[in-house]
Design a protein around this ligand. Structure first.
Ligand code: ADP
Length: 453
């Protein structure tokens, strides 16, 4: 009949629209291979200038072994909030106290001096409140921006990201900037021992509970990973013995064009509207800042083709970032009544039928599945490299993970694990969610460093 015919045609058009977002196993194997190639190039002595994955040395050479003890200060800058913590590492476990401080936009985007003065003021406020003014505690600084690290306590800022743009900082050693601010504020008892990326903090925090944890993964606003590499493979650092943690900065994978055939029209539309168009291409396929936007662009295309909402778009759906990534989590929840989906869409002034709701859910599933699978392809390259490095037939390894998308999405972690097992069958990979990884991890890096000296 005519109705059945129309349904069939519509289904065909939906399939055509979504096909570029459905990655085959061969696609994912190719992404895995490309990641591996970019890792090698990033690690190399000379050729790393044009590698899209920067593979930055962190000077963290050991994960915790449980014998770390002491009291530490930790700073966490680069996530949604700025935090100051005191971390007490004892035989019985780790105790922490922390305060969240606001970094006003005017300071994020003002001068470097004002930013670091503000940080010192927050530390002093915290120490006063915690009655720690008299003590000189070793401090670990989680600073989650790309840095060229020259030592555990020496890190040159390569570029600001995430809305920061304080002047006079790029190219400078952030530890030095912190020390100079401490001098200006007469806070003479500051002992910065380590600068840590949040991926490294996450790995170290989980490593305290699980000695097999040698990978850190973030899937939140952005995405990034770190892992323990053989020191002899790190062309950019002297030394042959042992291992060093490498901050991959894998969000930038593909910035040299190697993933161009994975990007769809929708991904390009999202990318064009960002403040860093053409940059962080892998991240823009995976992380929380972008998945909702990708879905929104697909929905707009479907409305355009009369496949959704009777071809009637709402003005709201044309608004950037209106379709939040947390909607994917809700919409994809198993057993959720379709009325619930309709409710979310109604808030966007969309009059959705049951069929519309089913289709919106399918779009969300397609986008989040692709994100999890791409993340798996990246991780597969990492675990396979670690297995080969160590000359093992089988590798058992744990990944410490943080980030709201990973933690809150109902299927992301399952899809990631399943695809990873498929792509790296010789690696048994366990995932461990980190609690408060950035702060705890920075303290543990400081603790491991203090243990070694
Ligand atoms: P950060 O990476 O800055 O430390 P988070 O790990 O909290 O921050 O991640 C924030 C990101 O998580 C945002 O991009 C947001 O869209 C996304 N997000 C928030 N809630 C959810 C949710 N329930 N499901 C999936 N993603 C979410």
């Amino acid at each position: 009949t005519a109705v059945a015919q129309r349904v069939l045609t519509q289904r065909h058009e939906v399939e055509q629209l979504l096909a570029p977002l459905r990655l085959s196993r061969a696609d994912l194997e190719r992404v895995q291979g490309l990641m591996r190639q970019e890792m090698e190039r990033g690690l190399g002595r000379d050729s790393n200038a044009d590698a899209s994955v920067r593979m930055l040395p962190t000077y963290v050479c050991n994960t915790p072994d449980g014998t770390e003890r002491g009291d530490f200060l930790a700073l966490d800058l680069g996530g949604t909030n700025f935090r100051v913590l005191v971390v007490r590492v004892m035989q019985e476990g780790i105790h922490m106290a922390s305060e969240i401080y606001v970094v006003p936009t005017s300071i994020m985007q003002g001068t470097g001096e004002a930013l670091f003065d503000h940080i010192i003021e927050c530390i002093m406020d915290f120490q006063t409140k915690q009655n720690l003014m008299e003590q000189v505690l070793p401090l670990g600084f989680t600073f989650s921006f790309p840095c060229k690290q020259l030592g555990l306590d020496k890190a040159l800022l390569l570029t600001w990201t995430k809305g920061f743009s304080a002047s006079g900082c790029v190219g400078q050693d952030v530890v030095q900037l912190l020390r100079e601010a401490a001098q200006r504020k007469q806070h003479l008892a500051l002992k910065v021992v380590a600068v840590v990326n949040d991926t490294v903090g996450t790995m170290m925090a989980c490593g305290y509970d699980d000695p097999r944890c040698e990978i850190g993964l973030i899937v939140g606003t952005g995405t990034n990973a770190c892992y323990m590499e053989e020191r002899k493979n790190v062309g950019t650092v002297e030394g042959e013995e042992g291992r060093m943690c490498i901050n991959m900065e894998w969000g930038a994978f593909g910035d040299n064009g190697c993933l161009d055939d994975i990007f769809t029209t929708f991904d390009r539309m999202v990318d064009e509207k960002t403040i860093n168009a053409g940059k962080q291409r892998f991240e823009k396929l995976i992380s929380g800042m972008y998945l909702g936007e990708i879905v929104r662009h697909i929905l707009l295309a479907m409305v355009d083709k009369q496949l959704l909402f009777r071809g009637k778009p709402s003005l709201k759906l044309q608004t950037r970032d209106i379709f939040q990534t947390k909607f994917l989590s809700t919409i994809e929840t198993d057993g959720l009544a379709l009325q619930h989906v309709q409710g979310i869409l109604r808030d966007l002034e969309l009059d959705a039928s049951f069929e519309d709701s089913v289709l919106v859910r399918e779009v969300c599933q397609t986008v989040s599945l692709r994100a999890a699978q791409l993340c798996a392809a990246g991780l597969a390259a990492v675990v396979e490299k670690m297995r080969e490095n160590r000359g093992l037939a089988q590798l058992a390894v744990t990944v410490g993970v943080d980030g709201t998308l990973y933690k809150m999405h109902p299927h992301f972690s399952h899809n990631l694990q399943q695809m990873l097992q498929d792509l790296a069958p010789n690696c048994a990979v366990t995932f461990l969610q980190s609690e408060d990884g950035s702060g705890k991890g920075a303290a543990l890096v400081a603790a491991v460093a203090c243990r070694e000296t």
